[in-house]
Every structure is written in C-alpha cells, then in structure tokens.
Design a protein around this ligand. Sequence first.
Ligand SMILES: [Zn+2]
Length: 265
Amino acid sequence: MGENRYYKKNRKRILLYKRDYYKKNRKKILEKAKKHYQENKNKIKKGRRAYWKKYYDKNKIKVLEKNKKYNKENKEKYSKYRKKWVKNNREKVNEYARERYKKYPEKQKALRQKYEKSEKGRVKIKERQKQKKYKEYQSSYWKTEKGKIKNKIRGHKRRLLTKNTINTLTENDIKIIQNRDKKCVYCGRDKNLTFEHITPLNKRGENSFLNGVMACESCNKSKRDRDVFGWCKLKGYNVPKIIIDNLKNLELNTHGGKNVKSKTS
Ligand SMILES: [Zn+2]
C-alpha cells in the first residue's frame, strides 16, 4: 500500500526516469530481452497461447465478430489466404470434413444437395462426369486389338530408347548437380526443382552428368522435349552459361573420344 502511494505521488518523475534510462540503455535492454526470450521461448509462447485462449474463451463472440468483420472488409485477401491454406493443409481439411459429416450427417447432406443444385456445383459435376467417361474410354481403348498393338509399339520404342541411350548418370552426379544448381537454371526460381535433361532423352540426349541441370517444375513442364535454344528464345531467356559449357563438353566428348565425368567430391 505504501509503495503504491509513493508511486502515485511520484508517477511523473518515475516515468521520466524510466524513459531516460531506456533511452540511454536501449541496446542493452533490448539485447537482454531478446536473450530472455530465446532462453524461455517455449514457456513464453505457452504463456501467450494460454493468455489468448483465456481471452478467446471469455470474449468468443466478440472475437469471432471482429474476425468476421475484418474478413468481410478484406474479402479478397481472406479468400486468397484461405485458398492457400486449404491447398497446404489438404489432409487436415479432409479430416475435418469427415468429422463434420459424421457429426451432422443430415445437415451435411442438405448442404451437399444445395451445392449440387447450384450453378457452380452443376458445372463441377459435369466436369467430373466427363473426366470419368474419358478415363473409362481410355482404359477400354487399351483393351482393344488396336490399343494392344499400339501399346506394344510404345513399349518397344521405350526399350529401344533406353537401350541406345548413354546412361552414365549416378546418384552422386545428381547430388553434385543439385548442389550446383540451387535455383532453376532458366528462370531462377528456387522452389519445386526437378532434374532436367538439357537435350531430351527422346531426342537422343544422354542420361549423364553433362546433360543434366536443375529446373523448376514449371520450366521443365513447359520445355518438355523441345530444343533448349528454341525454347529459351521462345520464353525470352538467355541460354544459361552452364548449359552452353556442358553442351561444348558433350561435343568434345562425342568427337574427341574423351570421357568427361563429374568431378567426384
Ligand atoms: Zn524455372
């Protein structure tokens, strides 16, 4: 009680002193706080979560309303965020849907019927039926005489291809290439990197260290079995230096008879 009275009386002075002290020792204080946070990270996080949970339980309606209002005002942002979240948490979403269905089967059935009758739902259902029909058609095609022959030819071609393809690529080669190309050699993106044959296998490209680079899935899919120079021109990319170097080495390889292999680390 006494302390409190002292504080009340000298409030202004104390605050000024505190502010002054903070100004003078800002760096030190922040460092100390940071250190404290790092050392007690889990405890602090747990405490914060508990605090928010308590606050949320007490003010649930208020919080939900606030969220709703915010989401309504930021509709586009929210829908983008939501779509991304759903995409990244497929399993969770499915699990949640299953649980909800078990809990409220009648309600979910009614919702489903409503969706099926809506414009969006009808389009989606039609799409799905088309896909199913196409798949059925495809699988039945491979069972016909014509399909069987075609399948045989395909397999033959594939075997021929692998028989004549130079196939020297090792796991270690792939590791070296992955370490060398941390980004897509064409567009520079660093996500969804895949192994890419500079000269495609079905254009007599080798399955070898020199014929390999890393490319993002999107570039890989876009290039497919096209010639690298033509495709780069089409996309407005410069042909990457590593590719020019490798192609030169490949040329030396086939005409000079030397065997350039990956440098083993
Ligand atoms: Zn790319």
